[in-house]
Design a protein around this ligand. Structure first.
Ligand code: SF4
Ligand code: SF4
Length: 136
């Protein structure tokens, strides 16, 4: 497997199982996420933060329902077109570059991830996907 011939789609294909939309992990929101999701659901950012989010320190993250699923999970992601940057980039996140072992750990709970990938290929795909979006 040569890194220059492998695309991110070769390493991950979402099975829509919802496993990553459940449990405490923390779906953090950028200011842009807050604006676009608020508009999409027909509210304003203040109401959105008050009714759909919780805080981790000073950072807003999506709230969870009693069953542990994200507040926007309803058999599928109900805000798919405007889902947070973190959800759109998953599983190509900065921590993979910091420590590629995280990829295998994530693959244990995500059936869409191809676990056995050479580190150089993996890092190349993560960099492609993160682009200018920086640390998520
Ligand atoms: S756990 Fe993986 S396969 Fe399942 S919905 Fe999340 S990203 Fe998709
Ligand atoms: S916003 Fe959508 S994709 Fe992201 S955690 Fe919630 S239900 Fe899952």
């Amino acid at each position: 497997m040569r890194s220059e011939t492998v695309n991110p789609e070769n390493l991950f294909k979402c099975r829509r199982c919802g496993a990553c939309c459940k449990g405490y992990g923390g779906t953090y929101l950028t200011d842009h996420d807050i604006d676009t999701i608020s508009r999409h659901i027909g509210t304003d950012p203040q109401q959105f933060l008050a009714h759909y989010c919780t805080l981790s320190g000073a950072r807003p993250l999506l709230a969870q329902k009693k069953d542990g699923y994200c507040i926007f999970w309803d058999q599928l992601c109900s805000i798919h077109p405007v889902k947070p940057l973190m959800c759109r980039k998953w599983p190509f996140i900065e921590s993979i570059i910091v420590d590629p072992i995280n990829w295998k750990i994530m693959a244990d709970s995500c059936p869409g991830i191809q676990a056995d990938v050479p580190v150089d290929v993996l890092k190349n795909c993560v960099k492609q996907m993160l682009g200018d979006d920086g640390d998520i």
